[in-house]
Ligand binder design. Structure first.
Ligand code: TGC
Ligand code: FAD
Length: 393
């Protein structure tokens, strides 16, 4: 359980005034679910490098899978602020929980909804929304991470079917997935997306072991050895790298909110602990050095909240640019990882044990600052937006 009262979760600039009653109800219901379902088991799951049993069906039952997908396809038909608030609450529990919901919602349901055929939408979206089916997203490869344009995974048009070969690496939920949205190059060199099903011969998903980060999430590879993909599984309505990159816009936006949750969990724990822990005859909260840390945490959380809220407003109006999303993802993840590391120090030795969440969040955020575009890649995206000059290659 959380070590601090939930009423201490900060809203220093009254951002709740900008939320509707529905937003607040959604946030409360996910917060309650995280308290009762995630908090009691997350430390043990992370310590044991195990995923949380039944997680996807539970996430489906609270409407956290594809919240902004229309109801006719099994989604909740909510707006982007609701999606962000859900991500925030899930990541207050653990980045692995938010990751599971992000991948399913933004990287699997979003491309099927946005670029899929009507048959694909009807076949896959409702089962993905309920968590009955688990999806993965395959873009990164062993030799191509930040530079997905270089991907080697390829398909040949065999007339009746597509023949898929190659491998994807570092894929969230690969070992658990029923389907994977996979991005591959055709003989014309153009990138296309396709839905690869678990039952297809030649498709395997070896697990990546010994992670020190996101230990409550399964990561693995997607390996394609002459996999015959029926043509009806090709996403018909997108071609080129903008297909996968547009999915990342949605996921990166969700991360900008999610990491605020991780930061809040660390901040609230540190405030509570610093008031209780006595050294030199006084609570450590009475020392200026500790107050400086707490004041800076709250300032940074508040700035991040405002950034994500405004980005959500832009997203609702279909006006958010990829560069704005990059800025928010980059800023907020750095904010959260700094707070996780610094707040751990406020707990002294107690900060390193699993009774408190800081080490777990800090270790998770090492992945979050790397995936969905590294910290440096997002800086270069901002640099290119400012100057018009591409400094990648
Ligand atoms: P570039 O030439 O700039 O662009 C190629 C085409 O794509 C378009 N585009 C975008 N479209 C939509 N949204 C975006 N964000 C877009 N960025 C670019 C662009 O307009 C162009 O379209 P067109 O029609 O002209 O062809 O591409 P580039 O090869 O120079 O690369 C640019 C770069 C480096 C920014 C990009 O490739 C990048 O973002 N790299 C980082 C890779 C990344 O983020 N991988 C994430 C993998 S998925 C993941 O990590 C999931 S973790 C999930 C979890 O567990 O939560
Ligand atoms: P590299 O691209 O090799 O980068 C290494 C370093 O070089 C980084 O610091 C980077 O910033 C820097 N660098 C690279 N290019 C430049 C440049 N031009 N200028 C300056 N510096 C540069 N991918 C998926 O497709 N699906 C998933 O579900 C998924 N889940 C993941 C889960 C986890 C736990 C992790 C850790 C990763 C996941 N990823 C996933 C992959 C993730 O997106 C990549 O790790 C990330 O994009 C970086 O690629 P890379 O690891 O190959 O690093």
């Amino acid at each position: 359980m959380s070590y601090y009262p939930l009423q201490s979760i900060p809203d220093y600039f009254g951002i709740d005034d900008l939320l509707t009653e529905e937003h607040q109800l959604i946030r409360q219901s996910v917060r309650d679910w995280v308290q009762s379902f995630i908090m009691p088991q997350i430390d043990e799951a992370a310590q044991n490098h195990e995923d949380i049993p039944n997680l996807m069906k539970e996430l489906g039952s609270i409407g956290a899978l594809g919240p902004y997908i229309p109801e006719e396809y099994g989604g909740a038909g909510l707006d982007q602020i609701s999606y962000g608030l859900i991500m925030q609450e899930l990541e207050r529990g653990d980045s692995a929980v938010r990751s599971a919901a992000s991948v399913q919602s933004s990287l699997v349901m979003f491309p099927i909804f946005e670029y899929g055929s009507e048959e694909q939408k009807r076949k896959f979206l409702p089962k993905l929304a309920s968590g009955e089916m688990i999806g993965a997203f395959g873009l990164t490869e062993p030799n191509h991470g930040s530079n997905p344009a270089g991907m080697e995974t390829n398909y040949k048009d065999m007339g009746d079917y597509l023949l898929l070969n190659g491998a994807k690496m570092w894929i969230t939920n690969a070992p658990l997935c029923d389907i994977a949205v996979v991005w591959a190059k055709g003989e014309d060199g153009k990138v296309r997306g396709m839905i690869v099903e678990r039952s297809f011969e030649g498709f395997t998903t070896p697990e990546t072991h010994n992670k020190w980060s996101l230990r409550a999430s399964k990561t693995g590879e997607l390996v394609f050895n002459n996999v015959k993909v029926p043509k009806e599984n090709l996403l018909p309505n997108v071609e080129g790298l903008k297909g996968p990159l547009s999915c990342l816009n949605s996921a990166r936006y969700g991360i900008s909110w999610g990491v605020i949750g991780a930061a809040i969990d660390c901040y609230c724990t540190a405030v509570q602990y610093s008031k209780e822990r006595i050294q030199f005859g006084k609570p450590i909260a009475s020392f200026q050095l500790q107050q400086k840390k707490l004041a800076e945490f709250l300032t940074e959380i508040t700035k991040a909240q405002l950034l994500s809220w405004k980005l959500g407003v832009l997203k609702n109006d279909h006006k958010a640019t990829p560069a704005q999303i990059s800025m928010a993802k980059r800023n907020n993840v750095k904010m959260a990882i700094d707070i996780a590391r610094e707040s751990r120090q406020i707990l002294g030795g107690m900060g390193i044990v699993g009774d408190f969440p800081m080490m777990r969040h800090a270790a998770n955020l090492e992945s979050v600052i790397t995936y969905e575009g590294t910290h440096d890649v997002h800086l270069l995206i901002t640099g290119m937006d400012i100057t018009g000059i591409n400094a990648f290659g």
